[in-house]
Ligand binder design. Sequence first.
Ligand code: DQA
Length: 151
Amino acid sequence: MKILVINGPNLNLLGKREPHIYGTKTLDDINKELKEFGEGKGIRLEFFQSNHEGEIIDKIQQADCNYSGIIINPGAYTHYSYAIRDAVASIGVPVVEVHLSNIFSREDFRHHSVISPVVKGQICGFGALGYKLAVFALIDILDGNDLGNEL
Ligand code: DQA
């Protein structure tokens, strides 16, 4: 099982970016920990970060046949990128949306995700743990326990 983890704009600054909101771990720290966590479960994780909408869209399109699932934190694009939403809706592999912070307890503009309607589910507010929870979710979905399909 191969999972692609996509992080969007400004998430390359984790560690020094508003640490009171996003924590003190760098993206490299988070990815290293996640890679080890995945390996312990026999899952290969690959990572991609970009500050550019088009690059994220290209990556999502390419991932369709090459990965079993995608974990995405689209950063601020979450709140307004119909193009990323359309890319997610266009592919067949399951996608889980992650946010480090609890977007619902922050500014109003963060309360709405245009991505959420087209993903399997959203995890937010648990910091870096959210990415691990997303791996658990994808394992379950890929095992066939897809709650979304039963509802
Ligand atoms: C974020 C939340 C977004 O509102 C923000 O623009 C980010 C990070 C999070 O992980 O909490 O860049 O996606």
